[in-house]
Design a binder for this molecule. Structure first.
Ligand code: BEZ
Length: 219
C-alpha cells in the first residue's frame, strides 16, 4: 500500500477571505500589510529563491510591467525565504546585468511567517522554498484570486494582468467574464434568479442571447 506522506497543513487563505495581516521586513523597509497601499489593489507574490533562473525571469517580468500594474491601481509585493542581504545583492546584480530594477518591496521572510500564513509553503513541493503564489487582493484587503505554480514552471505575466483587469471590470460593471476574455470582448450578464427575470431575459433584444442563462453584451 502506498505510504501516505505527512503534511504539515497550514490554514490556507481562500478566495473571499480577508487577507491575513502581517508585519515584515522588506527591501523598502518594514511594512504592516494592513496599512500598505491604502485604496489600491495589491499583488502579493512569492518566488522560491533569489539568484535562481526562473525567478529572475519572473521578477523581471513584474518589474518591466510595473507601469501597467500602476495603471490598474495596483501595487506589487514580492516574497521569498531569503534574507534582506540576499534580496539586495540579487536586485543589484539583476540591475547591473540587465538594467531591470525590482523597484517594489520584496519581503525577507526568513522565519517563513508570511509564507506559512498564506499557504505559500507546500512541503511536498519544497520544505524550504515558497512555491510561486500570486494573491490578488482588492482595496478592501479581500483576497479575490489565487494562483499557485510549482517551482519548475514560471508564471504568465499576460495572464496575471488579464485576470487583474477582468476582476476590476467585473466589479465595475456587475458582469462576469467568459473563457479567454480580454479587454474589448463581450461580457456575460449575470443569469436570471427567478422566473420573472428569466421571462424578461427571453424578451431582451439588447443582448447576444444563446439562451436565458447565457447572454453577452458589449460594455
Ligand atoms: C528557478 O527559479 O529557476 C528555480 C527555483 C527553485 C527551484 C527550481 C528552479
Amino acid at each position: 500500500m502506498e505510504e501516505r506522506q505527512e503534511i504539515q497543513m497550514n490554514v490556507m487563505p481562500r478566495i473571499g477571505d480577508q487577507a491575513p495581516d502581517f508585519e515584515a521586513m522588506t527591501t523598502k523597509g518594514k511594512i504592516k500589510f494592513s496599512e500598505y497601499a491604502q485604496d489600491k489593489w495589491v499583488l502579493l507574490f512569492s518566488h522560491p529563491a533569489d539568484f535562481t533562473p526562473v525567478c529572475t525571469t519572473e521578477m523581471s517580468g513584474f518589474a518591466k510591467r510595473k507601469e501597467e500594474f500602476a495603471a490598474l491601481n495596483t501595487e506589487l509585493m514580492g516574497l521569498s525565504i531569503d534574507s534582506i542581504h540576499s534580496h539586495l545583492a540579487w536586485v543589484n546584480n539583476v540591475r547591473e546585468k540587465t538594467g531591470v530594477y525590482f523597484d517594489f518591496p520584496i519581503i525577507a521572510d526568513i522565519d517563513m511567517k508570511v509564507a506559512k500564513l498564506y499557504g505559500m509553503l507546500q512541503p511536498n513541493e519544497s520544505e524550504t522554498a515558497a512555491v510561486r503564489a500570486v494573491f490578488f487582493i482588492d482595496p478592501s484587503k479581500k483576497i479575490r484570486l489565487i494562483m499557485y505554480y510549482p517551482l519548475n514552471v514560471g508564471r504568465n505575466m499576460d495572464e496575471i494582468l488579464r485576470a487583474l483587469k477582468a476582476l476590476q471590470v467585473s466589479d465595475e460593471n456587475g458582469v462576469a467574464m467568459p473563457l479567454n476574455w480580454t479587454p474589448g470582448d463581450k461580457v456575460i450578464i449575470p443569469p436570471p434568479k427567478n422566473l420573472d427575470e428569466m421571462n424578461q431575459r427571453l424578451e431582451d433584444t439588447s443582448c447576444e442571447r444563446i439562451d436565458f442563462y447565457l447572454c453577452k453584451k458589449s460594455l
